[in-house]
Ligand binder design. Sequence first.
Ligand SMILES: [Fe+2]
Ligand SMILES: [Fe+2]
Length: 137
Amino acid sequence: MTQIVAPRVFRVQAWRMRKTSDIIWQDAQHQVLFKILDMLREPTAGRQVLRQLEDYTLTHFALEEQYMKELGYPGRIEHMQAHARFRKEITELLESQQELDAVFREIISTFLTEWLTRHVFGIDKELEEFILQSSAK
Ligand SMILES: [Fe+2]
Ligand SMILES: [Fe+2]
């Protein structure tokens, strides 16, 4: 029997549309971040997309960090360090003189998307559970 395998593009789409969190603001913000990373692959994408990513990352990380602080989240330091590393990657990309051609955009987008996927389905999930168990949800 032939195995039916969806073309890669559909599998990627299905993955992207997958809910990342039961907390509405957290899921909505993650979806925006993934969307910006997709935009980075567009032929017209320039440094402004990276700047948009930097801005939105700041907004999203700040909100998660505010929850962690107010709830006294035990994994706060480790989580904030992970956020800081991601911010640093983006800042370095913005400061680099490398031309943002198609190959480079693809590499950046893939790298950042993989990082974000691991983060969102990794330590963000632990935070999500903690917030959902608290009175702050
Ligand atoms: Fe997050
Ligand atoms: Fe996070």
